[in-house]
Design a protein around this ligand. Structure first.
Ligand code: SAM
Length: 218
């Protein structure tokens, strides 16, 4: 099992608001069955960070049958839905890290990922919470270290505040990543992928158009 990283605190909920009881023993048995432990050099991996209810992990697993998707999420209610979907649909190529993505980033010391997805990271819109935002230039540089040559990071957000923050982080990492879709007319997710997550649908309901940033490792 990956060791827990305590230098990078986790913010936000690990359980949903519903009072529905969870059988934690059964949950941990399921997590153990699909636990991500380490990278194997013979296998190609995708990292799905903050996978929520797992829609992106399922989408990626179906798109890339020759790769293993590492779904990284601390939200237990979301992981239960993902694990149930994996079992129900007999999906063979998803592993889970039930916890902080920093556990993965600090455990892996080589370039083993072909792709990293970060869909709708928590925007923490208040100024006093800005330090909680996941995507910073330091974070992107950590991802750079575990990505294979010329591999990509895909980041989606519907928050204008976070968009500015992400653009600033991309600019500060211009020696590490090329921003591939910067000259496109728009950055709409649906121009690239047919996937709808809970936060994608929420954005559309509130008439916010999500943007997708595609970065390639230099
Ligand atoms: C706004 S939700 C988006 C969920 C999903 N990607 C979607 O598009 O619906 C952000 C998710 O990132 C997870 N998250 C935030 N920080 C994390 C971290 N350091 N490691 C792993 N997951 C994290 C949260 O638990 C939350 O489920």
């Amino acid at each position: 099992m990956l060791s827990k990283n305590y230098s990078n605190r986790l913010f936000g909920r690990t359980r949903g608001r519903s009072k529905k009881k969870i059988d934690l023993k059964k949950y941990h048995q399921m997590v153990a069955k699909y636990q991500f432990d380490n990278c194997n050099d013979k296998i190609n991996y995708i990292l799905d960070i903050g996978s929520g209810y797992g829609e992106t992990s399922i989408f990626l697993a179906n798109q890339f049958l020759d790769k293993i998707v590492i779904s990284c999420e601390k939200y237990i209610d979301g992981n239960i839905i993902l694990l149930n979907n994996i079992e129900k649909n007999k999906i063979k190529n998803i592993r889970l890290h039930n916890g902080n993505v920093y556990d993965v980033l600090e455990h892996i010391h080589r370039e083993c990922f072909d792709l990293v997805w970060i869909f709708f990271p928590d925007p923490w819109p208040k100024n006093r919470h800005a330090k909680r935002r996941l995507i910073t230039s330091d974070f992107l540089i950590k991802i750079h270290k575990i990505l294979k040559q010329s591999s990509e990071i895909h980041i989606a957000t519907d928050s204008t505040i976070y968009t500015r923050f992400i653009l600033n982080s991309i600019y500060n990492c211009k020696d590490y990543f090329a921003w591939l879709n910067q000259s496109e007319m728009n950055l709409h997710i649906k121009d690239y992928f047919d996937v709808e997550t809970k936060y994608y649908k929420k954005a559309i309901n509130y008439e916010r158009i999500p943007s997708l940033f595609i970065l390639r490792k230099l």
